[in-house]
Design a protein around this ligand. Structure first.
Ligand code: DX5
Ligand code: ZN
Length: 219
């Protein structure tokens, strides 16, 4: 098992983003997780395409874009040309009523495609899309803010999704409240990619924190 760690830039020092990118790279982080919020789908507003474009010029890390927005489709082209490698949208996004179209559009832009579920959305909602997804993102906090506590009731949902995908080549990404303890819980339940924001960026030695999480995946 080779778990990847995605650093959520929401918790980075925004006035020193270039330095933070270096720090993440030195720490052995695999992916950069970029949380896009529109103040409608979630009660917070973050960043959009222009900043992603600048980040893409500065780093060779895999760019994992998590869209927490009402209407994802009109923005897919811009995020793709700004450097996104993976674009994940929420199945609950109200104007994404035809997720097949959203999936198709993301693939046409040569990005990997992910579907995200809020904590209250049952795993079975994924069933129609399983043959088309690269990533399933399981939210383990209510989307909108970093620094919240992992909802332990989501651990059985990760296991359920792990069983549901069977032999398909879909990665399970877990997002929200990941620290050195909850990381192990999520890994044991079947997570392939762990998103971590506040825990990682608060570390004096980010590399050490990454190594200690990864140790558990190399059994
Ligand atoms: C929350 C975001 C998460 C968040 C994770 O809506 O999707 O990616 O930044 O932050 P932590 O790890 O602090 O919960
Ligand atoms: Zn996220």
């Amino acid at each position: 098992m080779n778990t990847k760690i995605a650093a959520s830039l929401l918790s980075a020092d925004m006035l020193h983003l270039g330095d933070e990118l270096e720090r993440v790279k030195r720490a052995g982080i695999d992916w950069l997780h970029y949380d896009v919020m529109d103040g409608g789908f979630v009660p917070n507003i973050t960043f959009g395409m222009p900043i992603l474009k600048e980040i893409a010029k500065k780093t060779d890390l895999f760019l994992d874009v998590h869209l927490m927005i009402m209407n994802p489709r009109p923005y897919i082209h811009e995020f793709a040309i700004s450097g996104a490698n993976l674009i994940t949208f929420h199945l609950e996004s109200p104007i994404s009523q035809n997720p097949f179209l959203t999936i198709k559009m993301i693939k046409e832009h040569h990005c990997q495609v992910g579907a995200a579920l809020k904590p209250g959305t049952p795993a079975k909602c994924l069933l129609p899309f399983l043959d088309d997804l690269d990533v399933i993102l399981v939210m383990t906090v209510e989307p909108g803010f970093s620094g919240q506590s992992y909802i332990h009731d989501m651990t059985p949902k990760i296991k359920e999704i792990r069983n549901m995908i069977q032999g398909r080549n879909i990665k399970i990404e877990v997002d929200g409240g990941i620290d050195n303890f909850t990381a192990i819980e999520a890994i044991n339940a079947g997570a392939d990619i762990l998103v971590s924001g506040s825990y990682l960026f608060n570390q004096a030695d980010m590399r050490k924190a990454v190594e200690s999480i990864k140790k558990h995946t190399e059994k």
